[in-house]
Design a protein around this ligand. Structure first.
Ligand SMILES: Nc1ncnc2c1ncn2[C@@H]1O[C@H](COP(=O)(O)OP(=O)(O)OP(=O)(O)O)[C@@H](O)[C@H]1O
Length: 304
């Protein structure tokens, strides 16, 4: 039997002000052991959803279950097993990484040895006497994650942790998240507005747009959808005539030429034949796998 999801929301809706609804019927399912990428453009409702999961906002409609328990009745027990980074915690710039962790240690009831463990996990164990104001943004972000790790959580919820990081910082963050998942068995829910940022670490994806879920499932399922939407880019001696000849392939005329949907390489050959038989010269036939980012843009623009 499949393990129940670590997070399950049912029909979660939310509005800040009367009449302005922010979330509509969100059914989130975060499988145990997954790295779940919660993806959506700015303002789509990610932070609101995560705040509801952490009890920072009060649920208005729908249900939230974490570790198989209702959040409302079991808030403390659930939150003691959950680490989060939702707004940057205040780090003390004049203190070292270790001293910052020491300040928060008591709050979480963590042992002294846990400080060494989390410093090692986030790769800040060799920063010695360096004070935090001299840290790079990536190092500060990893220290913030170290704070969230103090209580040795089973579930980690990170809101846009890659924001503002340079490519090297993003690579380090990605490696850290994978390690936490693989070596420490943590289920991780991570939000982002850029698919490219999280694509290489997540096992599952949920796409939210204007407060509605547009897609949810394993990354492979999204990649399957991407393949179905692959298009063939064409340039011919008369692109408008080519559009007429290929009208059942949903042609789209753009600056690059025209693009059509296709299923396989045999179909590419057939398309080429039909165009030449129609008296056109074919200058370019280029299979174009839309990348996942494009699929994300397509999915969201279809609902704009
Ligand atoms: N405290 C608030 N009061 C009123 N409206 C709010 C509040 N917080 C967020 N909103 C609105 O709710 C919507 C969703 O915001 P939310 O912060 O959840 O989105 P997001 O996907 O996390 O975006 P971002 O990445 O920009 O934070 C937005 O339209 C936002 O303006």
């Amino acid at each position: 039997m499949q393990a129940p999801p670590v997070i399950r929301t049912t029909g979660l809706s939310y509005h800040y002000a009367r009449g302005v609804q922010t979330l509509f019927d969100i059914n989130l399912e975060v499988p145990r052991g997954s790295i779940y990428g919660f993806l959506g453009p700015n303002g789509s409702g990610k932070t609101t959803t995560l705040s509801l999961l952490l009890g920072l906002l009060n649920k208005q409609q729908g249900d939230i279950e974490i570790f198989g328990q209702h959040l409302l009745q079991n808030r403390e027990a659930i939150l003691s097993r959950t680490g989060s980074l939702i707004e940057s915690p205040s780090l003390y710039g004049h203190l070292t990484a270790r001293e910052n962790l020491e300040v928060y240690r008591a709050t979480y009831g963590a042992s002294k040895t846990r400080i060494d463990e989390v410093l090692g996990i986030v790769g800040l164990d060799d920063t010695g006497n360096k004070v935090v104001k001299k840290f790079s943004l990536g190092m500060k972000q990893r220290l913030s994650i170290a704070l969230a790790l103090l209580p040795a959580p089973e579930l980690l919820i990170l809101d846009e942790p890659a924001n503002g990081l340079d490519p090297a910082g993003i690579i380090e963050l990605r490696a850290l998240i994978k390690r936490l998942n693989r070596d420490h068995g943590m289920t991780i829910l991570i939000s982002s507005h850029l698919l490219g940022e999280i694509e290489r670490m997540v096992s599952h994806i949920g796409i939210i747009y204007k407060g509605k879920m547009l897609f949810q499932g394993p990354l492979a399922e999204l990649q399957g959808l991407q393949r179905q939407r692959a298009r063939l880019l064409l340039r011919t001696s008369d692109n408008e005539a080519a559009c007429r000849i290929l009208r059942e392939h949903a042609p789209e005329l753009g600056e690059e030429g025209l693009s059509v949907v296709y299923d396989d390489t045999e179909q590419v050959a057939r398309i080429n034949r039909r165009l030449t038989e129609g008296g056109l010269d074919v200058y370019l036939l280029h299979p174009k796998e839309s990348d996942l980012e494009q699929l994300f843009i397509d999915l969201t623009s279809e609902h704009a």
